[in-house]
Design a protein around this ligand. Structure first.
Ligand SMILES: [Zn+2]
Length: 220
């Protein structure tokens, strides 16, 4: 009996962990995790910027290849980097909300605090860019009932991914291998412009995608 209870608790905790940490599971909140298509196209997404040095370098690479991307920005990083945000829009990229501070306890905020945090980011972006910001990527890709409620209340479209590049932990060859293995029509790739050498990695990914005959298209 005790063993059965332990197994049940372990399974229940495992399910809750999976439900919260797998953005693709869509258990609490439905997120767009791929582009619905059979064509060989993918979308690139960059989280956690703007970064004063790395983001412009990533933008340079995207410009060189004439490629669109989506940047999910952290509100508190915008001050001092306004020109980078303007450049994103001028060069045809999309900008989304990735919370104000990306705090580790963001998923545990009560709904009112969460809405306030997201609205502050949205208002900062909208005042600066003079355009509606309604796409949101949950920090850490974590979803739970509170995040679902806040997203719904604000009318956001939650954007996930189906290829986590692991660019914050793995070497470039390993990242490229992961992407090649998981590449499917309509894939959405998660990257981070804040990483050192993110520009170099972006170039390597673009070259890989070209070799595999994939086109890079806007997410929205
Ligand atoms: Zn993030």
């Amino acid at each position: 009996m005790i063993i059965a209870i332990i197994i049940f608790v372990v399974l229940a905790l495992g399910f809750l962990f999976y439900a919260s940490y797998s953005i693709r599971a869509g258990i609490y909140l439905k997120s767009v995790c791929r582009i619905p298509t059979n064509e060989k196209v993918v979308a690139l997404t960059f989280d956690d910027g703007p970064h004063p040095y790395q983001t412009p370098k990533v933008l340079d690479v995207l410009k060189e290849y004439n490629i669109p991307a989506t940047f999910f920005c952290i509100g508190s990083k915008i001050a001092g980097n306004e020109e980078i945000l303007h450049r994103m829009v001028q060069e045809g990229h999309s900008v989304g909300n990735h919370s104000y501070t990306h705090a580790p306890n963001f998923p545990l905020y009560p709904v009112r605090r969460m809405v306030k945090d997201l609205l502050l980011t949205q208002n900062t972006l909208e005042d600066l860019l003079q355009k509606d910001i309604h796409i949101f990527r949950p920090p850490f890709g974590v979803t739970n009932p509170t995040i679902a409620k806040a997203t719904k209340r604000l009318g956001y479209k939650s954007i996930g991914w189906n290829i986590r590049s692991m660019d914050t932990s793995f070497s470039h060859p390993k990242v490229l291998k992961r992407i090649r293995k998981r590449l499917r029509p309509g894939s959405i790739i998660l990257l981070h412009d804040r990483m050192s050498e993110s520009d170099k990695l972006t170039r390597e990914i673009v070259q890989l995608l070209r070799k595999e005959n994939y086109r890079i298209i806007p997410l929205i």
